[in-house]
Design a protein. Structure first.
Length: 150
């Protein structure tokens, strides 16, 4: 029986480490996409302002996710050992659901950010629609994979 407890503790520790890595990784991926946008679409002042605003929101959401994970149980070890006297853990549902919704909204905003620039391209409507479709499918796929955790 003690062997199973050790295995469960190790699994819960790995789940917690995964939460931190996932939160930081998502932030890095979204920031790299925003940086790619700024490199592709040039130094348009409004576009750069919008990208910087989204980058700030992404960073703030990342900090909130890491803080939420770090503060989910007090003391910290209670995450994997609920037998600690006086241990308190917040319910996992609502706060994490709220951050998931906020992340999905930011994903849609990041996906929509280059669309006005793409509509402004001087090319045939069919080619323009193809480019927009490629951006939408490509980044939509990335965001879908990122949000599979939800």
């Amino acid at each position: 029986m003690a062997c199973y407890r050790v295995i469960v503790v190790k699994i819960l520790q790995l789940v917690l480490a995964n939460e931190f890595c996932w939160s930081i990784g998502i932030v890095c991926i979204k920031l790299s996409i925003l940086h790619l946008y700024t490199q592709i679409f040039g130094p348009d002042r409004k576009f750069m302002w919008a990208a910087a605003t989204l980058a700030t929101i992404v960073i703030m959401l990342g900090i909130a996710a890491v803080a939420l994970t770090a503060a989910s149980c007090i003391p910290f070890a209670a995450y994997w050992d609920r037998t600690i006297p006086g241990a308190r853990c917040i319910p996992q549902g609502r706060p994490f659901f709220a951050t998931a919704i906020a992340n999905m909204i930011v994903d849609v905003l990041i996906l929509a950010l280059p669309m006005p620039k793409l509509w402004g391209l001087r090319m045939q409507a069919s080619k323009k629609a193809g480019v927009i479709l490629l951006f939408g499918i490509g980044f939509g796929f990335v965001f879908q994979v990122l949000n599979e955790k939800v």
